[in-house]
Design a protein around this ligand. Sequence first.
Ligand code: ZN
Length: 123
Amino acid sequence: MAHRTVTAFRAHLGRGGGLIVGLSEQQVRAAIQSHWLSKASNAGWTVRSTEERVPAVGGQVMPFSDGSAIRWACPLCERDHEDQLDEFDEFAKLCFCERGNGQAVLVEWGRHRRPLARLRDSR
Ligand SMILES: [Zn+2]
């Protein structure tokens, strides 16, 4: 399995585990804004960055009417997962597997593609 070392930004709510992971602090802060727990809980969020060596896989971009998602074959559980792409996802995204116990997986796709052009244009 291929691995890469990345700077991972993880957001934690209170004493809970890392609920959000991303490749930039800006991305994680934006995800906190839209996370349903931000309204449901009074606990504060903390964001920390660490160097992490993570499994890396190639993903397939799936365009949807309201944006794009990435489909990837999970190296942890060997199933296919789909994650919504956001405006910060340019070439790669850190994703979680429900069975991964918090282990992040780096999903990469080709630089030549511009799957988010439509998403960006619509904003
Ligand atoms: Zn999985």
